[in-house]
Design a protein around this ligand. Structure first.
Ligand code: SAH
Length: 250
C-alpha cells in the first residue's frame, strides 16, 4: 500500500512553533484532515484538499483519513499542540485496531508538536521543573469520578499538575468542583497559573494563589497549571517568575 498517514502537531498557535518536520509534511500532503480551526491554519495551495470536520467526531475523522491513505493519498491529520496529548493520534490508532487489516500496513507516522502545558510553562518560568502530570478535565470520554480520583491522588503525590480542557460552556461545573477539591487539600497559597491562548494574539497569563482562583478564569482556550507544594513565585516588576525547584529535601 503506497498511501501515507502522518498525524502532526501544529503547536500551540504561533507558526514559529511549528516544527520544520511538520511544515515539510504539510507542504508534501495531498489531503489535510482535522478539526475546523486546525485545518484553517494550513495555507491553501493548488492540489491540496482540506477536510475540516466538527469537534467530537474523532473516530469518523480518523476512519476517513485512513480510507484516503488506503487509496494511495498522502494524508496529514492535524492536531493542535502535540497529536499524542488528548488529541488525534490515539483516535487514529483506535480506528486502526478496530478497522480492516490492510490499514495496519499503511505508512503511519506521528510527528510531535509543542503541547499547551509546555508552551504555558515556558511563559511562566519553569513550573513543571520537577515531577508533574497532566489531566484532561473533560468528562466526554471518562466519568467525572475518575477525574476527581486522579486529581485527588495527584495532589496527594504532590505533583505539579496541568489541566487540559478545564472548563467548557456546556459543562462549566467540573472545574468549580476541581477548585473545591484543591481548596480542601492544598494550602491557600498554592500557585495557580491560568494560561490562555498561549502564543496567539489573544494570549493572557495570570498567576494567582489558590485562594484567589475563580472558575471564570478558565475556559476551553486555557490550560491551568497547578504548582506542587514546592512551587515558588519570584516577585518582580512585571510578570512574576514561577518555578518548581529541581530537588525535594530529604
Ligand atoms: N493536543 C493539544 C491539546 C488538545 S486538548 C496539545 O497538545 O496542546 C485542548 C486543550 O488544550 C484546551 O482546552 C486547552 O486546555 C489546551 N490548549 C490548547 N492550545 C492552547 C493554547 N494555545 N493556550 C492554552 N491552552 C491551550
Amino acid at each position: 500500500m503506497s498511501g501515507t498517514l502522518v498525524i502532526a502537531g501544529l503547536g500551540p498557535g504561533d507558526d514559529a512553533l511549528v516544527t520544520p518536520e511538520v511544515s515539510a509534511e504539510l507542504a508534501a500532503a495531498t489531503d489535510i484532515v482535522g478539526y475546523i480551526p486546525y485545518v484553517a491554519r494550513v495555507a491553501d495551495r493548488p492540489g491540496l484538499v482540506k477536510h475540516a470536520s466538527d469537534n467530537r467526531v474523532e473516530i469518523d475523522r480518523a476512519q476517513h483519513a485512513l480510507s484516503l491513505a488506503a487509496e494511495g493519498r498522502r494524508v496529514v491529520v492535524v492536531s493542535s499542540g502535540d497529536p499524542g496529548v488528548f488529541a488525534m493520534a490515539s483516535a487514529v490508532f483506535e480506528a486502526v485496531e478496530a478497522g480492516p487489516r490492510q490499514w495496519r500496513d499503511l505508512d503511519i507516522r506521528v510527528l510531535p508538536g509543542i503541547t499547551a502545558m509546555l508552551a504555558a510553562a515556558a511563559r511562566a518560568g519553569a513550573p513543571l521543573g520537577h515531577d508533574f502530570c497532566a489531566i484532561n478535565l473533560s468528562d466526554n470520554l471518562k466519568p467525572w469520578a475518575v477525574i476527581e480520583k486522579r486529581l485527588r491522588l495527584a495532589v496527594e503525590a504532590d505533583f505539579a499538575i496541568a489541566l487540559y480542557n478545564p472548563r467548557s460552556t456546556a459543562r462549566p461545573e467540573g472545574f468549580a468542583r476541581a477548585l473545591d477539591l484543591l481548596r480542601q487539600t492544598c494550602a491557600p497559597d498554592r500557585v495557580m497559573i491560568f494560561a490562555r491562548a498561549v502564543s496567539t494574539p489573544e494570549e493572557a497569563l495570570r498567576v494567582v494563589p489558590l485562594s484567589e482562583a475563580a472558575p471564570e478564569m478558565a475556559d476551553m482556550r486555557t490550560v491551568v497549571l497547578i504548582g506542587s507544594s514546592a512551587t515558588r513565585v519570584i516577585a518582580r516588576d512585571g510578570p512574576p517568575l514561577v518555578y518548581t525547584p529541581r530537588s525535594v529535601p530529604v
